[in-house]
Design a protein around this ligand. Sequence first.
Ligand SMILES: *[C@@H]1O[C@H](CO)[C@@H](O)[C@H](O)[C@H]1NC(C)=O
Ligand SMILES: *[C@@H]1O[C@H](CO)[C@@H](O)[C@H](O)[C@H]1NC(C)=O
Ligand SMILES: *[C@@H]1O[C@H](CO)[C@@H](O)[C@H](O)[C@H]1NC(C)=O
Length: 467
Amino acid sequence: HEVIYICVSLVFLYTMVVTHLMSVSIWVPQAEIDAAVKLLLKLKVDYKQMTGQDYKAGCPPSENSIAPDNGPAADGADEDTVDPWNVATTNAKGVDYDKLIVRFGSNKIDQELVDRIEKVAGQTPHRFLRRGIFFSHRDMHQVLDAYEKNKSFYLYTGRGPSSEAMHVGHLIPFIFTKWLQDVFDIPLVIQLTDDEKYLWKDLTLEDCHRFAVENAKDIIACGFDVNKTFIFSDLDYMGSSPEFYRNVVKIQKHVTYNQVKGIFGFTDSDCIGKISFPAIQAAPSFSNSFPQIFGSRKDIQCLIPCAIDQDPYFRMTRDVAPRIGYPKPALLHSTFFPALQGAQTKMSASDANSSIFLTDTPKQIKNKVNKHAFSGGKDTVEEHRKYGGNPDVDVSFMYLTFFLEDDEQLEKIKQDYASGALLTGELKKMLIETLQPMITQHQERRKQVTDETVKQFMTPRPLNFKL
Ligand SMILES: *[C@@H]1O[C@H](CO)[C@@H](O)[C@H](O)[C@H]1NC(C)=O
Ligand SMILES: *[C@@H]1O[C@H](CO)[C@@H](O)[C@H](O)[C@H]1NC(C)=O
Ligand SMILES: *[C@@H]1O[C@H](CO)[C@@H](O)[C@H](O)[C@H]1NC(C)=O
C-alpha cells in the first residue's frame, strides 16, 4: 500500500514541478515548489529502498515486483526484527505474528485452510497446524486445488549446518515435513547449506561439510522415507549437477544487487559469495534442478515448509520464477521455537542452557527445565494458588504446545495453570516427562543411522512416486 501511495504522490508532485518548470500558466508559490521538490526527492529514496529500483516517472512497480518487508513501522521502536540471521522481540509472548503476516504480505493459515487440508489429506491435521505453529502461507490453496485434480507436488526444506549440535527447535520443520510427506505421499528434497555457513561464519569448509553430514543423521532420524527423500550438501551437489547450476545462473541473471540489498540488507563490504548465495537457496524450488528425480519437467509445483525467517529468500524466488518460466513455490511458515529463558531471548548453539539439545541425557533435560525454563508462575505457592500463573509467557507451557499431542490435556493444563490449580513445578514435570522419552527415542533412531544410510539419502538417484 505504501508503495502505491508513494507512486501516486510522485506522479502528482512530478506533474506539479514539471508544469512549473515549463511555466505552464498555473500559479504555484516558489516555497511550495521547493517543498514539493524536497518531498519528491525523499519519496524517490523511499521508493528505491522499498522496491530496490529507481523510480521512473509514470512507471509504477509491476505486479511482480518483490513484495518488500515493509520494515519497522514509523512509530515502532519496539517492532520485532525478523530476517534469516536475526530474530528479536521485546515481547515476552514472542514475536507478533499477525503483524509479521501484514509486513511480509503472506496469508494467515485460518481454520478454513486447516479444515481444507484435513479434507484433502484425509487425516487429522498435525498439531502444528491445529495450534497455529504453522501460521502463515503463500498459495497453499492453489497447491490443494491442483492436488484435488490429481496434480501432485514436491516438498523442499533445509537446514544451515553451523554446528554438530542440533536442538529440539531445529526439528520443527522436519517433523512437519515428514507428516506432509506421509499424508500426501510425495517426494522431498532437503538442502544443507554448508556453503552458506562457510560464507557467514568463521568456520572452515571442511567443518561446514562435516556438520552437514552429522546434521543429516539427525534429520534422517526423524523418519523420512529413503525412497522418497533426497538430502544434499550444496558443496557436493552444486558441482555434480549441471542442471542445478544452470538454474542458479538463471536466477543470478534476474536479480539485481539493489534487490538483494533491499531484501537482505547486504552492504558494500559483504563478500560477493553472500550476495550470490540467495540464488543457491532459490534453485531447489524448481523441479528441473533435480533431473534424477523429475527428469526435464520444470512444471512441478514446489511446497516449502520453513520458519518465517526464511521467507525473504522465497519472496525473491517467487519474484524470479515467472520471469524464467517456472511456477512460483508455495510456502508454509512456522513460528519460532523459544529459548528456555523466554520468548524474547535468543537461542544459541553455543549456550547449552538455552535449549534442549538432541544429545541431552534425561538428567540434563530435567536439570535444564527445572533451572532454566522461564516461568509464568508467581513467586510463592500462596500467591500462585491465589492469582494463578501466565501460560502465555511460560516457556514450559510453550514447549508443551509444540510437543504434547493431546489437545484436551493441553487445554486443561492451560486452564489449571492460569487458575493456580497447577503449580510451576508440576508443569515443568509434565514437560520433562514429555521431552525425556521423545529425545531418548530420537537418539535411538539416530544410532540406527549408519554412514551407509547417510550415503543412500545423499546420493542423487530416482525416487519412488507418481505425479
Ligand atoms: C484422480 O484420480 C482418481 C484415481 O486415479 C480418479 O478416480 C479421479 O477421477 C481423478 N480425478 C480427476 C479430477 O482427474
Ligand atoms: C525402498 O525401496 C526398496 C526397493 O524397491 C525396497 O526394498 C525398500 O523396502 C523400500 N524402503 C522403504 C522404507 O519403503
Ligand atoms: C548452565 O547452567 C549450569 C547450572 O544449571 C551452570 O553450571 C553452567 O555454567 C551453565 N552454562 C552456561 C554455558 O552458562
